[in-house]
Design a protein around this ligand. Sequence first.
Ligand SMILES: NC(=O)c1ccc[n+]([C@@H]2O[C@H](COP(=O)([O-])OP(=O)(O)OC[C@H]3O[C@@H](n4cnc5c(N)ncnc54)[C@H](OP(=O)(O)O)[C@@H]3O)[C@@H](O)[C@H]2O)c1
Length: 260
Amino acid sequence: MSLKVKDLFEFSGKTALVTGGSTGIGLMIASVLVSNGVRTTIVGRKQPALDAALATLRALGEAEVDAIQADLSRMDEVERLAETYGQRQDKLNILVNNAGTSWGAPIEEFPEAAWDRVLNLNLKGVFFLTQKLIPLLSAAATDEDWGRVINLSSVGSRIAPLGASPAYGASKAGVEQLTRIMARELGRFRITCNAISPGWFPTRMNAVLGAAASDAWEANTPLGRLGTAADIGGLALFFASRAGIYVNGQTVEIDGGQTL
Ligand SMILES: NC(=O)c1ccc[n+]([C@@H]2O[C@H](COP(=O)([O-])OP(=O)(O)OC[C@H]3O[C@@H](n4cnc5c(N)ncnc54)[C@H](OP(=O)(O)O)[C@@H]3O)[C@@H](O)[C@H]2O)c1
């Protein structure tokens, strides 16, 4: 097989499903996939945000894009998404389990409903959406180029600064172990599974924590800046590429050194 960069990173004809692709890190990853010719479907709950993201992605002019509205904290919606995707697309090469949420509250007051909301989306949703999409990922796989599952973790799986959300941190630590177990189990179906663990990327999720917090993370980053679409999309592209196929069950932190 060719060892040239253009062949190791050839994506034309590939398809991807990016959950939470309407904003933030999901849209960053979708932008990089579309820019490299990957036919991409994004998922979120709010149709206006999906429409805005579709316009952004279509403007790149490099691949077809589609959107499916779904609430992935609910099992019936996870099942409907998998079914709808299968009706609209003939195959799936790359699944990016990116949709996620957090909830902050003092530990003595942390509400059960918030715990369930975070765990249902960040952990249960990741597992069951992947389970439902095994047939499509497996059918598209070849001996040379397997299906890829890429899960979004967080440095919050490992570090516990004051005020860290217990539900969020626990869900992301769970994502990393799930990634190892899925990598082991999905091999039978010719699918790899890895996780991306970001530090602070400026998005809606962490905007609520305020400019002072954002500035502090930026100041603590050896690179002197926060992460961008090229940074996180580049890592996703590696995991999705022929070059990245022998990396399996791993979590790669991407924080510019914020948490050293
Ligand atoms: N930003 C960071 O610094 C950072 C750091 C570490 C890890 N991460 C992880 O990166 C991922 C993306 O986070 P982000 O910062 O980009 O957050 P974001 O800007 O809030 O985006 C979250 C995305 O998920 C979708 N979403 C939320 N709840 C959903 C649900 N129940 N069903 C389906 N889609 C849902 C949102 O769309 P709707 O609201 O319309 O549903 C949106 O598209 C998350 O897994 C997060 O934990 C982020």
